[in-house]
Design a protein around this ligand. Sequence first.
Ligand SMILES: [Zn+2]
Length: 338
Amino acid sequence: MQATVLYGPHDVRVEDRPEPTIEEPTDAIISLPVTCICGSDLWPYRGISVFPAATPMGHEYCGIVEEVGRGVTSLRRGQFVIGSFFASDNTCPHCHHGYQSSCQHATPVGGAQAPRLRVPLADGTLVATRDLPDADHIPSMLALSDVMGTGWFAADAANVKPGATVVVVGDGAVGLLGVLSAKQMGAERIIAMSRHESRQRLGREFGATDIVTERGDEGVERIKQLTNGVGADSVLECVGTQESMMQAIKSTRPGGYVGYVGVPHGVSLDGHQLFFSHVHLHGGPAPVRRYLSQLIDLVFKGKINPGKVFDLVLPLDRVAEGYRAMDERRAIKTLLRP
Ligand SMILES: [Zn+2]
């Protein structure tokens, strides 16, 4: 099959790769009607995070079960399923507490920018939809696999409650879906920090009430002005840099919450400053599995349409163009058709 492989910075190719096969009895093989590029794929693409040579790319997936191992009991051929970037058993203590991305048997899933994918721990990882989604719903189902689940976790970790004032730092797909999540959770005021017009527009469509274009301390100052000097109840940090993390912490009122889901790159926090900020911090790799059933339901009911973050659609063999467009921030998120 033709699949995506990263060779080095800015060197991503589609090449012939072996078909995935059942390796463990708990595996499933699924076929992927669509796939996509994640903002976090840009870290290795830009050479900022190190990766082994010739890495198969892609960790967001939904599709049809083609084959299951003899140890898989809850899934059958033909079902439409969604999983997330960590396979999990969904039975260990961490899974029971809702932290499937810290599962005692967590296994990263990779190689999803391809027509077919092997998913380990299929019973624990994959959630089957009741009915087959129609074509219009499939991009939204794909978004649940990572960016929507991650935006939802950011809002949940930031303790977004009805009536809350929320700030979202970051206008990538996750930040925009953090806006959508905060809206669903009943936030009254949602301030999106964004400098890009097309992203601001989608942010407003998803529920942002205010846009702040300033960054860093200027951005914090603007948030303070907008909240009568108080700061926000809940702040979603969806970038992962020192500046964005400090922007998030300083925009939060004493007693407020920061939900941080941007993978940290070079972030270090000062204990003294943290101590006197009185801010709750919670984040990490989103336990997307915890939210899948609920989010699938919201998509089927038409309450959320997270697939709107896909603003570029390409055939898989033009994947390099998709990476370039996201790297240059010309596209929010690229959908690929294998
Ligand atoms: Zn587990």
